[in-house]
Design a protein around this ligand. Structure first.
Ligand SMILES: Cc1cc2nc3c(=O)[nH]c(=O)nc-3n(C[C@H](O)[C@H](O)[C@H](O)COP(=O)(O)O)c2cc1C
Length: 245
């Protein structure tokens, strides 16, 4: 197994960081790695906001309810960005672009581009001995985050990423068995694989060194999807000119 694969397989989210901040060179290496991800039709339809202002980090910690949003080596926010492609358009060209720009296809394109860039950033950071945690809970109040960073029309915040020097070493979290996610030549029934996984994850939750509990993956998912969350995201996304048609 090569070093790259070993790094990928030893990923775990880090939620406790030392107070040491990343230096400019580390930040630029991580962002540059993010930028080299593949991007749909060369659109590069994302922006990355680095948060260095402590009062903004404080506000993000309030919104997310997660202290590691404030205490880390650096914090990034990944945004879907369809604004940039309109900047050089005349008023007429802009009007002609809107139907296409604001459809579901380009909402997906921008979210996919941002996610690919983010995962490159994560892998780069981890290869440098740093830890990361994605932070989707910035969408607990997507409108407030959007306003905090003065995002223009056609730009929305998707998720954050806390990066820093790990101050704990959690166990790696098991993943679904391969036969539950990889199918050849068509979608396949995989209920048995879920049973096997529930047993495995049940043991993991019972025995892990932090936050242990009695749970299974399928129970976790059933609970999650019976509770409505972040219902305001739909309107916010549409109001900012994404996924409108
Ligand atoms: C888009 C995205 C958003 C996430 N948001 C949060 C979050 O808000 N808070 C958090 O503690 N972890 C968050 N996570 C981390 C996941 O909980 C974690 O990746 C998952 O449980 C698997 O654990 P592992 O990363 O340690 O393998 C997020 C992950 C992703 C990909």
């Amino acid at each position: 197994m090569n070093e790259m694969i070993e790094n990928l397989l030893s990923h775990r989210s880090i939620r406790k960081f030392k107070s040491k901040r990343l230096n400019q060179q580390q930040i630029e290496t991580i962002v540059c790695s993010a930028q080299h991800a593949s991007t749909s039709s060369y659109m590069m339809a994302y922006s990355i906001i680095g948060v260095t202002d402590d009062s903004k980090k404080e506000r993000l910690a309030e919104i997310t309810g997660q202290s590691y949003v404030k205490h880390n080596g650096h914090f990034l926010i990944f945004c879907a960005d369809l604004n940039r492609v309109t900047i050089k358009a005349t008023n007429d060209e802009y009007e002609n672009m809107l139907d296409n720009l604001e459809n579901s296809e380009h909402f997906l394109v921008s979210a996919i581009d941002a996610a690919l860039a983010a995962q490159n950033a994560a892998i780069a950071a981890e290869s440098m001995g740093l830890g990361i945690c994605y932070i989707g809970s910035i969408r607990n109040n997507i409108a407030a985050v959007d306003e905090l960073f003065h995002l223009p029309k056609h730009v929305i915040p998707l998720f954050g990423m806390a990066i820093g020097y790990p101050a704990h070493h959690p166990e790696s979290k098991p993943r679904l068995p391969i036969d539950a996610v990889y199918f050849e030549n068509g979608y396949q029934d995989h209920e048995d694989a879920l049973d096997r996984f529930d047993e495995k994850i049940g043991n993991y939750y019972a025995k892990r060194s932090e936050n242990n509990r009695k749970d299974t993956w399928t129970d976790q998912m059933k609970r999650r999807f019976q509770k409505t969350i972040r219902m305001d995201v739909t309107n916010h996304v549409k109001n900012k000119g994404f996924n409108k048609k």
